[in-house]
Design a protein around this ligand. Structure first.
Ligand code: UDX
Length: 465
């Protein structure tokens, strides 16, 4: 099929590469000339495991262009995958989605049928609005266009985006008309039936079952995306709330999570207590859901609590550090003049994304309390530096970014493990503890066993144990 994708962010680019791999004829539109330049050079503008290999393999078949007019008229299916950034009040801003729909409608042939698919995460009712926008443009053009609008939410997990795209749990389509559903079924046929030869970098998991394609109305599809993300967010917040109580009563949250996860109704995943969630989705989508609820004057105390618990976790970690300094150094103003090493800046491993990353809030808090900060991340340091620009503008040395964990820990007073990157699972704890001024390890992701860390000489503090 001939596909045009508007937007080449995480969702747009992953979708483009996967659909090209599945032998569709793909064109991808983006206004960002910097991104396009990289894509024309065959380089991925985002960090995502496996994406560069696939771009090398099929990237040359994808037409990357800044022009909607160049590719949309001949396309059968147009996917909108532009950003919906949060507005000041938390609601998702759908301006770019509407603008994309407008531009599409301006160049559609009057005599052809198109399926216009919204993949971006959008507030409930946006698909209806997109259909209105298209009709408005057709009215001004004085034509009777033929566009079916459908919702097809993505469930992309950064760091696992391609794995999830080749082997989805489900495909959701929200549409009122059969021709849109039919077009999307044809688009995803190779995934639904798993008829493609798996790429060598993403072999098909042995236990993988064919994914269902669920069809529903557009509003339910939009709602379902928010509900899925909010549910996962609150699952994590729930275990973090339990973790706090575990610390009080002397229980170990990792044991509790193991035990409750054995109940198949609950399951093991997304029960890792720690610093909580960050990233571009959960913070934004839970806020957007509350924004929708507010418009309907509907209270959502569970969603509000999930957010409150999540952001409290960042303060909890700083408190743990303060307490550890008091215990180990016995000083009143425990943070002043201390050197703290932050391990991990990305909001989770395998991505360079620092949006709403706990590490950034923790760094700001430490700097405000008078500590010196050293920071390490395998790939997210440049993005973190950009985000912390205001702090760095005051003093370039406020955060000392270090390429090597062992150099970072030399003479430091404490380490805070924020992101559970693989390399942090294999640290030589004994060596680290020896070269620090005070060997304190605040393990914000429960990567190490308390026993192992203490044996190595650390004053160890995890979460909920
Ligand atoms: C999420 C959803 O998983 C995806 O379906 C949706 O489309 C976009 O939002 P993503 O933000 O990439 O994807 O990350 P995810 O893997 O879900 O993790 C989100 C955050 O939760 C991370 O900060 C992670 O560290 C944290 N997390 C996850 C926990 O703290 N504990 C857990 O048990 C799992």
């Amino acid at each position: 099929m001939k596909i045009a994708i508007i937007g080449t962010g995480y969702v747009g680019l992953t979708t483009a590469v996967v659909l090209a791999y599945l032998n569709h004829e793909v064109a991808a539109v983006d206004k960002d000339t910097h991104k396009l330049k990289r894509l024309h050079e065959g380089k991925s503008p985002i960090h995502e495991p496996g994406i560069q290999t696939l771009l090398d393999e099929v990237g040359y078949t994808i037409r990357f262009t800044p022009s909607v007019a160049e590719v949309v008229p001949e396309a059968e299916l147009i996917l909108i995958a532009v950003g919906t950034p949060p507005k000041k009040n938390g609601e998702a801003d759908t301006r770019h989605v509407e603008q994309a729909a407008r531009e599409v409608a301006q160049v559609c042939h009057p005599n052809r049928h198109y399926t216009l698919v919204v993949k971006s995460t959008v507030p409930i009712g946006t698909n209806l609005r997109v259909a209105e926008v298209v009709d408005e443009v057709f009215a001004t053009r004085g034509i009777q266009g033929n566009v079916s609008v459908a919702s097809n939410p993505e469930f992309l997990q950064e760091g696992l985006a391609l794995q999830g795209a080749f082997y989805p749990d489900r495909i959701v389509v929200g549409a009122h008309c059969d021709d849109a559903i039919d077009a999307l079924r044809r688009l995803y046929q190779p995934l639904l039936e798993q008829t493609f030869d798996p790429p060598s970098t993403f072999p098909r998991p042995e236990t993988y079952h064919l994914p269902p394609m669920m069809t529903t109305d557009p509003s339910s599809a939009e709602m379902l995306k928010y509900a899925a993300n909010t549910f996962l967010a609150l699952k994590i917040s729930f275990i973090n709330e339990i973790a706090g109580l575990c610390e009080k009563v002397g229980a170990d949250v990792t044991e509790v999570a193991r035990g409750i996860g054995l109940d198949t109704r609950i399951g093991h995943r997304f029960l890792q207590a720690g610093l909580g969630w960050g990233g571009s989705c959960y913070p934004k989508d839970t806020a957007a859901l509350l924004g929708v609820a507010a418009q309907w004057e509907y209270a959502m105390p569970i969603t509000e609590a999930a957010r409150a618990v999540n952001f409290r976790q960042r303060e909890v970690i700083v408190e743990k550090l303060r307490d550890a300094f008091k215990t180990c150094c016995g000083e009143k103003n425990a943070m002043q003049g201390k050197t703290v090493g932050i391990l991990g800046l990305a909001f989770k491993p395998n991505t360079d994304d620092v949006r709403s990353a706990p590490a950034l809030d923790i760094i700001r808090c430490l700097v405000a309390a008078g500590a010196s900060v050293r920071a390490h991340d395998p790939i997210a340091m440049p993005n973190a530096e950009k985000d912390l620009q205001d702090l760095m503008a005051l003093d370039r040395t406020t955060v000392d970014f270090q390429e090597d964990v062992y150099r970072l820990s030399h003479g430091a007073d404490a380490l805070v493990l924020v992101t559970e990157w693989d390399i942090y699972h294999r640290l030589e704890l004994r060596r680290l503890a020896k070269q620090m001024r005070t060997p304190i390890l605040i393990d914000g992701r429960n990567v190490y066993s308390p026993h192992e860390a203490r044996e190595a000489g650390f004053h160890y503090v995890g979460v909920g144990r």
